[in-house]
Design a binder for this molecule. Sequence first.
Ligand SMILES: O=C([C@H](O)CO)[C@H](O)[C@H](O)COP(=O)(O)O
Length: 211
Amino acid sequence: MQLQLALDLVNIPEAKELVKEVEEYVDIVEIGTPVIINEGLRAVKEIKEAFPHLTVLADLKIMDAAAYEVMKASEAGADIITILGVAEDMSIKGAVEEARKQGKKILVDMIGVKNLEERTKEVDEFGVDYICVHTGYDLQAVGKDSLEELHTIKRVVKNAKTAIAGGIKLDTLPEVIKAKPDLIVVGGGITGQKDKRAAAAEMKKMIQQGE
Ligand SMILES: O=C([C@H](O)CO)[C@H](O)[C@H](O)COP(=O)(O)O
């Protein structure tokens, strides 16, 4: 199980500070959608240049023009790029094809997917690298999480790695670990804490103990 740090509500200098604080404990650094909207792919480029040893994920949540956007994120230095599970099949296949050309990986974010079991089987066949269940901020606000969905995708996935994102905190992490996803994405559970380094260290320790 790997730990991904999601950076969503920061600018580039703040992102660099944050990564410096916790880099020892995280496997992947996500440049979140709000950061990319605010700062562009420059945020991906600057983080990859500052931390070349870290795996950087660009959370583009691609919906269309997939091959082009994967190419641009790859040029900026992203190692993993996200596309939405609700995107057209052609878009997801195009993203995978371009990622293969560039030597990069594709994570499919299943946010908003209604027919989860059926769509997971389909996108798994397209050769994507990760399938991620995700409770976005707007559903977290009404108390939802993705644990049940994680069990669903774990049951049907044959090829891709599984991931979970959305509102995971120290107190909810044990349940997530029990379900054994390949990748656990944590944003506010680390970035919103007073001692970010301690939170990341504790989470990493719990994940390692759960393996
Ligand atoms: O993808 C995300 C969200 O849609 C905003 O871009 C977050 O990175 C993801 O939800 C993880 O962050 P937390 O929910 O704060 O753990």
